[in-house]
Design a protein around this ligand. Structure first.
Ligand code: C5P
Length: 213
């Protein structure tokens, strides 16, 4: 029988540092890392590539047939994909189609770190460590803006902030697996913390749990 690994679930809104901290945490412990947002982004990107209007059935079909290689598409981080990803992520059947993939990821390895919106609440509700990362909307928008500029995009900081607030709203208010901090999750506010400081807090939480305290 396959053994479930030690799991660190990291949830939080866009730009809170989940990906950066999650990846570094997995590297620190020599574990696997899954950015679950990529699954929703890959569905959105594929729909955009069809170049027409889309419907829920199409999104569900794309999600059911998604292959791993599609997670490497170079355009998954564009603002257009971000916006559509949060729309397709609100469709219950899309989420169901992507659930087994995420759950299978945590088997037969020493440890796994997953970041997303519903990891602690739905994907792995019995995860050993649950972290909820957050930061002020302004700080998160600033980070996203910096990333986009680094990719050579010309975009106003205010526009990034407005889009981020809209995406937060969609993710928090949707009926199906909304972004939520579970009661047992530890909150880390990264607004005024460096990556190293946030990472140190996360490593400390995991080490405590590994030692069984
Ligand atoms: O994390 P990232 O910003 O890449 O996620 C893109 C979108 O995918 C989010 O805005 C959210 O709507 C959706 N998502 C989700 N559940 C997850 C991960 C991402 O609904 N576990």
């Amino acid at each position: 029988m396959l053994r479930r690994s030690f799991v660190v679930a990291i949830d939080g809104p866009a730009g809170s540092g989940k990906g950066t901290i999650g990846k570094a945490l997995a590297k620190h412990f020599g574990w696997k890392f899954l950015d679950t947002g990529l699954l929703y982004r890959a569905v959105a990107q594929k729909i955009i590539s069809f170049q027409g209007s889309w419907c829920e059935d199409e999104a569900i079909r794309v999600a059911m047939n998604l292959s791993e290689s599609e997670l490497d598409h170079p355009d998954l981080r564009t603002p257009e994909v971000s916006k559509l990803a949060s729309k397709v992520a609100a469709i219950q059947e899309v989420r169901e189609a992507l659930l087994d993939w995420q759950r299978d990821f945590v088997f037969d390895c020493d440890g796994a770190v997953l970041d997303g919106r519903d990891i602690a609440s739905v994907v792995v509700p019995d995860a050993e460590v649950k972290l909820f990362l957050t930061a002020s909307p302004e700080k998160r928008a600033e980070r996203r803006h910096r990333e986009l500029v680094a990719q050579g995009k010309t975009v106003e900081l205010n526009h990034v902030l407005d889009e981020l607030i809209l995406r937060d709203q969609r993710d928090i208010t949707r009926l199906s697996s909304p972004l939520v901090k579970t009661k047992d999750a530890i909150k880390i506010d990264t607004t005024t913390k460096s990556i190293q400081e946030s990472l140190a807090v996360a490593i400390n939480m995991v080490e405590k749990r590994l030692k069984g305290s």
